[in-house]
Design a protein around this ligand. Structure first.
Ligand SMILES: NC(=O)c1ccc[n+]([C@@H]2O[C@H](COP(=O)([O-])OP(=O)(O)OC[C@H]3O[C@@H](n4cnc5c(N)ncnc54)[C@H](O)[C@@H]3O)[C@@H](O)[C@H]2O)c1
Length: 360
């Protein structure tokens, strides 16, 4: 099994990546010294698909797992769900040493991680991401949290997992539309990391047979390389004091589009067009070449995303950016590409340039 060790300020954890890894989850957790009761927290979609394989693997390694299913959806990533989860963990008699395992997409990972950070002042936490977005992004780096009525992800904690276990086979049950949504983050990681990963995504997404089935774009090797981009960034900047912000490439635009759509726009769709906007803005400011913009735009289209800017007034979109966490004083922070593999943070962008990009 491919193993990557992630180091963080208080220790380290392994990321296991292999087809059929789910069957080995129990043994891997036992190898880390855990025993006894544990909880598998999933949702009502993923639980019936993959819960029994994980529970069987845990039982065969000597664990006594309780499976808990939360409702499915971002609207349940909130403090009510966390409160219900605390009650279920107490009912399952989980103590301070009992691992809590998140089996699901980013919503489950974030919610369960926050509960694991605070239940009994913190219990061992395991991430088993099942969506592409959660595999390449949300499960690595220790950020957990929930949404509150005032905004997304405004309450949370850093909670590093004991281990992350990634089984690409579970992606077979993920819908094409959710898979594509995760590809927006894979492309973003390609732009961040450099020519090797970006060219691999470019050439895979060009193949006609892959366009018919987006799942084919991503080999296990490519998935590994995309995960490594996040690993390298969070190891260098665990608490988002600097370089980690570059993971928000395309997100200043994306969050404005999502907010104006009342979050009825899929995150990946927003990030895809947001990344194109970031590249166009960089080119307008003379910071990146037209060729870089064309390559980013082409790969995003090949994966099946629209690059059409949503139909809101540019001034409305600009105003929406100011309510974002990326706001810095009187301006907005943009993450812009200079080239493939060279992405930086800019706080000197003028409103007129952003409005020109938003006008299309
Ligand atoms: N903590 C972080 O660093 C971080 C980073 C990025 C995003 N996030 C968060 O992640 C969330 C988005 O994650 P997401 O895109 O995974 O959404 P999600 O968790 O809602 O999953 C998307 C859908 O796919 C389903 N699903 C997941 N795996 C499946 C599988 N294998 N088979 C069938 N269906 C499956 C889910 O049930 C859900 O309906 C957001 O809340 C976002 O804020 C967190």
């Amino acid at each position: 099994m491919n193993t990557t060790t992630v180091t963080h300020p208080t220790g380290s954890y392994p990321i296991y990546l292999a087809e059929n890894a789910l069957a080995h989850a129990g043994a891997k957790l036992a190898d880390l010294g855990h025993t006894g009761r544990c909880a598998v927290v999933t949702n009502e979609t993923v639980g019936p698909l993959h819960g029994s394989a994980l529970v069987a693997s845990l039982q065969s390694a000597g664990f006594e797992p309780t499976q808990i299913e939360l409702p499915d959806g971002e609207q349940f990533k909130n403090l009510d769900t966390v409160a219900q989860l605390y009650s279920q963990l107490i009912e399952a008699k989980l103590d301070r040493n009992s691992p809590v395992i998140a089996l699901g997409g980013g919503v489950i990972g974030d919610t369960v991680g926050f509960a694991a950070a605070s239940y009994l002042r913190g219990v061992p936490f395991v991430q088993i991401p099942t969506s592409l977005l959660a595999m390449v992004d949300a499960s690595v780096g220790g950020k957990t949290g929930v949404d509150v009525p005032e905004g997304k992800n405004l309450v949370g904690a850093f909670k590093q997992p004991e281990m992350v276990l990634i089984d690409p086979n579970v992606l077979n049950t993920l819908s094409d539309i959710e898979f594509r949504s995760g590809m927006a983050e894979v492309i973003k990681h390609g732009v961040l990391s450099g020519e090797t990963l970006f060219k691999a995504i470019e050439s895979n997404s060009k193949k006609p047979e892959n366009q018919a089935n987006p799942h084919h774009i991503l080999s296990t090797e490519l998935l590994h390389d995309a995960i490594m981009v996040k690993v390298e960034v969070v190891q260098e900047d665990p608490f988002e004091k600097g370089r980690r912000a570059t993971l928000n490439l395309g997100h200043t635009f994306a969050h404005a589009f999502e907010r104006l759509a009342n979050f009825n726009m899929r995150h990946g769709d927003a990030v895809a067009v947001g990344t194109v906007c970031a590249a166009r803005l960089a080119a307008r400011l003379g910071r990146c070449s037209a060729n870089t913009v064309d390559r980013i735009t082409a790969v995003i289209r090949q994966v099946g995303f629209s690059t059409q800017i949503p139909d809101y007034a540019p001034t409305e979109m600009w105003a929406a950016m100011f309510t974002d966490k990326k706001r810095v004083g009187n301006t907005v922070r943009f993450i812009l590409p200079r080239a493939i593999g060279d992405v930086d943070i800019f706080t000197d962008v003028q409103a007129g340039d952003v409005l020109a990009i938003l006008a299309g």
